[in-house]
Design a binder for this molecule. Structure first.
Ligand code: HEC
Length: 229
């Protein structure tokens, strides 16, 4: 073989060799997300997380702080009647953290952004949306013209009888913001946990201001009635 021929043959061998290095990971045998498979008995390629797996940042161990609840809901007895004490007892009746002036200010701001439109500036259930025809919620404090307007519907539904929202445990108010109730949707996406407690504290201030006969008019500065745990 002459020298030029030899070098040509070498070049060709090199080119072939180089193409052999081409390894496309996309071509490897694998299952795409949600693709079915006969490998697992349930036919799914996506495996369920191991039992007890908790997503990063979602441990939420402090049930009081994250749910407003301190006990499980009472199981309905065969008699069909649950005791009011048991219904109310599921919910925390004190704030998980101390309520400060800063909490109330934050609560007032958040309340006016997220709740005012329906529940009204003072909590009298006379918000703009309600005035335009949306279902009227219960008022947060006793009304002069309607002695039933301030009673919780959710607690009654659960079997607690007539409970004024001013007497509802703070954990219950937190629970309603978190999950919504009836015609009211959940605010858990818009309002983070700390702000929910701040709003509850501010509602307590509105209730306290009106319990004393003064009109809160959204300037309520009365401290929340419950202390922290
Ligand atoms: C779009 C209107 C609307 C907004 C905004 C709204 N709510 Fe409500 N809320 C309602 C209605 C309507 C009800 C009554 C639901 C029913 O009886 O089906 C209600 C009921 C409630 C109740 C009483 C539940 C019971 O046991 O009777 C609480 C407490 C409450 N809302 C708190 C809040 C708080 C706090 C916010 C702000 C984070 C808020 N709501 C925002 C409409 C609203």
């Amino acid at each position: 073989m002459t020298a030029p021929r030899l070098s040509m043959a070498l070049c060709a061998a090199l080119a072939l060799g180089a193409s052999g290095c081409y390894q496309d990971m996309a071509l490897q045998p694998k299952l795409k997300p949600q693709e079915p498979t006969s490998f697992w008995a349930d036919g799914r390629s996506t495996r369920p997380p191991v039992e007890g797996t908790i997503a990063r940042g979602a441990l939420n161990e402090d049930t009081w702080y994250f749910t407003g609840k301190v006990k499980e809901a009472p199981s309905t007895p065969t008699t069909g009647t649950v005791s009011a004490v048991e219904v109310l007892g599921q919910y925390a009746d004190a704030f998980p953290e101390p309520v400060t002036e800063a909490t109330l200010k934050r609560g007032r701001e958040r309340y006016n952004i997220y709740c005012n439109v329906c529940h009204g500036q003072t909590g009298a259930a006379d918000g703009t949306i309600v005035m335009r025809g949306f279902l009227k919620p219960p008022a947060f404090w006793e009304q002069a013209d309607d002695k039933r307007a301030h009673l919780s519907r959710g607690l009654k539904y659960q079997g607690a009888g007539d409970v004024a929202l001013a007497d509802a445990p703070v954990g219950y108010l937190f629970h309603v913001i978190t999950h919504g109730y009836g015609a009211m949707g959940t605010y858990s996406a818009q309002v983070p946990v700390a702000d929910r407690w701040a709003i509850v504290a501010y509602i307590r201030a509105l209730q306290e201001a009106n319990r004393k006969g003064g009109v809160a008019a959204n300037t309520a500065a009365a401290p929340a009635t419950e202390g922290a745990r």
